[in-house]
Design a protein around this ligand. Structure first.
Ligand SMILES: [Zn+2]
Ligand SMILES: [Zn+2]
Length: 257
């Protein structure tokens, strides 16, 4: 992950409000296109410039060739607010963050996230690195907004069930672990779409906690087809189960690890 500053030059008088709206439009469009990651982008006004700090999955993520139609439109709209297209300055690599997938042709993908992950929810099935979303064809309406929204909801549910301090805990857990939940339905629709666009298997991750015992956990069957899905070795040290016909992965209950 790279720390990048976007500098917006004012070429004519503008108001703070107009500039803010126009900059937010660019930042949101970049975010829904996977070119920037995270949800907090501090913006400062300094010597007549606006500087917005963002995180990018790769050093060249903001190259115009990666722009979606929304990003292009948002950059065009800057003019109306008296701003020029942003200058991109790569500050450097974030020492805390993980890398991004560089494979040209991953043989499969995994849809996976947790409340602590600030990166793409699509992982490479060859080396388990997060795939910058703009590297795959746009999912719907020119970008990946539906996928980012799914990730936000998944992370919110995960946070609520991990904190375990509200009555929402059980409903939140159901959303991320059950095949009868709305998050599952939405996530599987997105998986199917990515499968269609990339012609590669896309595995969907089902969270697992609770259960009776380690022995009972190991006997667990695929919740969709009820077939065998236990792996002899966990995939990427994380997924103990994988059903290749349903394209689902899961773990042995976190209570028994
Ligand atoms: Zn890879
Ligand atoms: Zn199955």
């Amino acid at each position: 992950m790279f720390v990048v500053d976007l500098t917006f030059d004012c070429y004519q008088d503008t108001t703070l409000d107009m500039a803010e709206v126009a900059i937010n439009r660019v930042v949101n469009a970049l975010r829904f296109n996977g070119q920037i990651i995270g949800d907090e982008f501090p913006t400062v006004l300094k010597d007549g410039y606006f500087i917005t700090r963002v995180m990018c999955p790769l050093e060249d993520a903001l190259h115009p060739l990666n722009h979606s139609p929304f990003v292009k439109h948002a950059i065009d709209q800057l003019q109306k607010a008296g701003l020029l297209a942003p200058k991109v300055k790569v500050i450097g690599q974030d020492i805390h963050a993980n890398g991004a997938d560089q494979c040209t042709e991953p043989s499969s993908y995994i849809l996976y996230t947790t409340y602590v992950h600030t990166c793409s929810p699509l992982y490479c099935g060859d080396d388990f690195l997060p795939v910058p979303l703009y590297k795959i064809p746009a999912i719907a309406n020119g970008d990946y907004k539906a996928l980012i929204k799914w990730q936000e909801d998944w992370q919110a549910c995960d946070q609520i069930q991990i904190n375990g301090a509200t009555r929402c805990e059980f409903a939140a857990l159901e959303e991320i672990s059950s095949i009868n939940s709305d998050l599952f339905r939405r996530g599987m629709d997105l998986s199917k779409r990515i499968r269609f666009l990339t012609q590669k298997p896309v595995y969907y991750y089902l969270y697992r906690v609770g259960g009776e015992s380690l022995a009972a956990e190991k006997q667990r069957k695929c919740p969709s087809c009820h077939g065998e899905w236990a792996l002899s070795e966990p995939w990427f040290g994380l997924f103990d189960f994988r059903c290749d016909s349903c394209e689902l992965v899961s773990n042995i209950s976190w209570d028994f690890q």
